[in-house]
Design a protein around this ligand. Sequence first.
Ligand code: URA
Length: 198
Amino acid sequence: MPQQEDVKLRLWKALEREVADCTRCPLHAERKQTVFGAGDLRAKLVFVGEGPGAEEDAQGIPFVGRAGKLLTDVLSAVHISRDQVYITNIVKCRPPGNRNPQTEEMLACERYLYAQLALINPRIIVTLGNVPTQWLLKTNEGITRIRGKWFEWKGIEVMPMFHPSYLLRNQSNKKGSPKYLTWQDIQEIRRKWDSLES
Ligand code: URA
């Protein structure tokens, strides 16, 4: 429906402007710019990372550093391109020194992620690593235990996957290794994607 799409786009632009001006937590002080997200607003599949790193802070685009390139490769291994999905983070400003975002920072920022998810209304969310997984699913379970399983959040299927930075630190492809398991996970995500009617 063209009218609905129009309203959605206007709300999206307003949200993007609000995030660009945000000073709700101390992370705003050191950012070069906010990193809102990138991809298709009608995507069936959304990836949620932790927060921008140095490269993302410089470019204003999520997952463009080494970890991002690996994420792009993981997607293309199952013939999905970055512009067919939406990619964002729990926090939209870079935590200094690439530390994990703190609870207060995620609390201040979560409204933006939730608004993005409400507007996109995806069918699948993939959380990358412990931080977004535990935040979204409100669990203390570690990523090693819960990756590769399906959960539900507000009617949307959620699959936790290892963060690509973790894969960069663990290069083995052996059976049972993080890379091996991620290959299983992305294939399962692709199967779920294929099973959705458009
Ligand atoms: N790591 C993340 O979690 N997000 C990015 O955007 C880049 C690296």
